[in-house]
Design a protein around this ligand. Structure first.
Ligand code: NAD
Length: 500
């Protein structure tokens, strides 16, 4: 099936500022698919001056209380309409995600499901009373009487929010940042990543139909210069950023002079601990998919497989065997499990990691190169074989750095304590998992691993919408998803009063 050549182009020319589509001053650039490198449409190129115009609109709308002071039932109704539109256009969205990111249908449907589940949660939160009453307290007063006091807390919007997303989840994260920001009554400027802007432009088509007050949602495209213009502006009250730890650090520096709140969802080098009592046959699909899903371009991929040395050889043999049947190629094709990397630079980065791992003494079990024998029409795509290294030192370059490509590191251990120590010996702390027949032991270990989330034996399946998501250490600040995620986009105010 020639999925790429039969697609319809998507051409966008405008940014979305102050409730209107505005022609981009610098025109457009081609949007390409990593599947074969062909052009699938075009996207506007935003500039720092347009970013400031978007902030003018967002800031003015917030100051005027256009959205923040609206009846919360109206706000929640608009958000429900957005969710309904997304669900109604699911097939179109998934197809664009597949084309723009090169992921399989299952991967894109999974991302979209997560986004719509979360949006449903934010619709619910936006309708709820933002005030909570605290119990009355009595205080002995200086004049010998007793003073009875009451207090309420109110969740107020934080103000003007800048939301910046990475290339690997444009639609999902656009929705997941707009959801809590709008539920709390904020105004937003959204900026997608330059590799995958079309998904966010499609989302803006839907937002534009909501008839929101002008300036409540704005969108500018562009790269680091546009991001910097947004993050260094004193009118911004909060930056919600998802991306690499390196850029997260620069954003904190841009935000520091104005004490702007930074909510950062960054990278990871998460560990999966496979205990001696694990059922390997059962664990195998989880080990493979948690590394090679989205061609390894997932923040919480468990790219360090820590395995008890007693079963390590068996696991390595089983993984090597499984890779013989692993199909890499056009994600639109039946049976393909891994698509391309996003661009050639990402593939070259994976190649650099392979070279360094070999130089540092790791053993190549599978992959390690560009796939041979792919259909000729995919010659312009950025494919790289899912790669497994055994005998990786946790202290090595591969053991410590995020590849953001399909490279798995196998690291041996001899005791549970050693496994936890290795898992924690990382600058990151995003996700992780434990595979064991002993649920109690696994729970005890999970409590000691320093990461924002950890799954035991594959976790709960479909994620609970209240599960908070975020990282320790260099993996970020704050939490996304559910009520914890919503709270990040609010400020809490205490109002106290005497009773009687
Ligand atoms: P990136 O950090 O290169 O870019 C992310 C966004 O930041 C893009 O929109 C980019 O244009 C913008 N940007 C770049 N420089 C900037 C600056 N100086 N100021 C403001 N904005 C700037 O990340 P990427 O390559 O698009 O995505 C991959 C990274 O994202 C990985 O590290 C991955 O782990 C991380 N990620 C984290 C999560 C999470 O939830 N923790 C989710 C997805 C991806």
């Amino acid at each position: 099936m020639d999925a790429v050549s039969t697609k319809a182009r998507m051409d966008y020319v405008s940014l979305y500022i102050g409730g209107e589509f505005v022609l981009a001053e610098q025109g457009t650039e081609p949007a390409i698919t990593p599947i074969d490198g062909s052009v699938i449409g075009s996207a506007p190129v935003g500039t720092p001056s347009e970013a400031r115009k978007a902030l003018d609109a967002a800031h003015a709308s917030f100051e005027a209380g256009l959205w923040a002071d609206a009846d919360r039932r109206v706000r929640s109704g608009k958000m429900q309409t957005l969710l309904d539109m997304v669900l109604a256009r699911k097939d179109e969205i998934v197809r664009l995600m597949m084309l723009e990111m090169g992921y399989t249908r299952m991967e894109c449907e999974g991302q979209l499901q997560l986004g719509t589940d979360q949006m449903a949660k934010f619709v619910e939160v936006s309708a709820a009373d933002p005030m909570k009453t605290l119990p009355l307290v009595s205080t002995p007063w200086h004049d010998g009487t007793i003073k009875l006091g009451g207090a309420v807390t109110s969740r107020d919007p934080i103000g003007t929010v800048v939301a910046i997303t990475p290339y690997n989840a444009g639609f999902l994260l656009g929705l997941m940042k707009l959801g809590p920001a709008l539920a709390a009554g904020n105004s937003v400027v959204l900026k997608p990543a330059p590799y995958t802007p079309l998904q966010t432009l499609l989302l803006m088509d839907m937002v534009a139909q909501l008839d929101l007050p002008p300036g409540v949602v704005n969108m500018v495209t562009g790269g680091a210069d546009v991001g910097e213009a947004l993050c260094s502006d004193p009118r911004v009250d909060m930056i919600s950023f998802t991306g690499s730890d390196k850029v997260g650090g620069s954003i904190m520096a841009s935000a520091a002079p104005h004490i702007t709140k930074c909510h950062l969802e960054l990278g990871g080098k998460s560990a999966m601990i496979v205990r001696r009592d694990a059922d390997l046959a059962k664990a195998l699909p989880g080990i493979l998919f948690s590394n090679f899903a989205q061609a390894g371009q997932g923040c919480a991929c468990t790219t360090r497989i820590l395995v008890d040395n007693a079963i390590r050889a068996d696991l390595v043999a089983a993984l090597g065997e499984a890779m013989k049947h692993w199909k890499v190629g056009d994600p639109f094709e039946q049976g393909v499990v891994t698509g391309p990397l996003i661009r050639n630079v990402a593939r070259e980065r994976a190649e650099m990691f392979v070279e360094r791992a070999q130089a540092e003494g790791a053993t190549l079990v599978a992959g390690g190169k560009r796939p041979e024998g792919l259909d000729e029409r995919l010659a312009g795509g950025f494919y790289f074989e899912p790669t497994i290294f055994d005998g990786v030192s946790n202290d090595s370059y591969l053991g410590q750095n995020e590849v953001f490509g399909p490279i798995m590191s196998i690291i041996g251990f001899d005791s549970d304590d050693e496994a936890v120590a290795i898992a924690n010996k990382s600058d990151f702390g995003l996700g992780g998992s434990i595979v064991s027949a002993d649920a109690g032991k696994a729970m005890q270990m999970a409590l000691k691993v320093r990461t924002g989330s950890i799954a035991i034996n594959g976790g709960s399946g479909r994620l609970h919408p209240d599960t908070p998501f975020g990282g320790y250490k260099r993996s970020g600040l704050g939490r996304e998803w559910g009520e914890e995620g919503y709270n990040e986009y609010t400020q809490i105010k205490a109002i106290t009063f005497p009773v009687g």
